[in-house]
Design a protein around this ligand. Sequence first.
Ligand code: ADP
Length: 397
Amino acid sequence: MKILVVNAGSSSLKYQLFDMDKNTVIAKGLCEKIGIGGAITHKRPGKADYHEDIELKDHDDAIALVLKLLTDPELGVISSVDEIDAVGHRVAHGGKLKASMIVTDEVLHYLESIVGINPLHGPPAIKGINACKKVMPGKPMVTVFDTSFHSTMPEKSYIYALPYEYYEKYQVRRYGFHGTSHRYVAREAAKFVGKPMEELKIITCHCGNGSSFTAVKNGKVIDTSMGFTPQEGLPMGTRCGSIDPTIVTYLMKQEGLTPDQMDDVLNKKSGLLGVSGVSSDMREVWAAADAGNERAKLALDILIQDAKKIIGSYIAEMGGIDVLLFTAGIGENDRAFRAGVCKDMEYLGIKIDEAYNASCPRGENVELTAPGAKVRTLVIPTDEELMIATDTLNLIK
Ligand code: ADP
């Protein structure tokens, strides 16, 4: 069985082709600058990467090029598109759709109807699905939503204390994102500690360019830090995370900003970049802090403190914690961040082996728990694409 996983963004399209019988990725790559130029980087294990600057007018062009490379006599890994059994699509927002599902006209119409609450990611995801439908007619397609793992949240976790009519009229509520990642790492963590997820209280800390934490109690999400959009929660690369909402209207008045300009400030000019003034990239912020830049240090201090706050609140909500886990770019790689977050948490049962945290291998599941600590602290590399491929396989079976 071969499954193609497609993750379409506004000007990019990532792909991975899985051989599910061997549990391996046989090719993957990235189309960039769609609609504003175009380029593709195509990778196969054990072979040199292939890069080409080539005009990509739209997502149709991108998918056509991906299939051309996958079946190319020299650069390809399959002899014909027929060898692809199904396509799994990452879709950030599923709205009321609570699980991965086969793409039908009805599903597509529903996704089109909710682009208003998902303006950045909705349209490109739909374009990616339509592009695949065009070149692979009749091929089974599955959508996997970032929001669906969070659909088990109780009302008290997803209703905001706004006039209730805004929830009814506009579906303003917490949805949560990164769900495919949280689901994958929570399952891996349960396997790692050798207990069913149904018996565990897990906090999954997905820290990357975008960050969200999730409280998974007995296999179900009971709370998550991202909200109506991926803006809420921790400060991120360029997003501010949770702030006093009145700051928004205050700044709009003070600076004469339009809603779009304000959105830009909140989404593209804030977070690590906004506070440090240096970069949205954690490595560059650390480098500046190490060189004595006080604002870079402040940005890191804010991020680490907010991470602690959310972890503490989830322990309180779940009535305890068995597993704390870190994943994604920062969670998997940034040892100083993990050490900072876990510092002075002994009273909650969290203590990591600091020497091992500073030297443990990257790219594999590792346990950081100090001897005698009650809470198991893990690093689990995320693999959203594998989760999407697995869901796709299960649904087409
Ligand atoms: P995205 O949310 O775009 O998928 P990633 O999960 O790839 O992002 O995370 C990107 C973040 O991870 C960046 O801030 C980057 O600096 C950080 N990161 C990656 N490698 C390291 C590292 N070795 N040390 C510290 N931070 C790292």
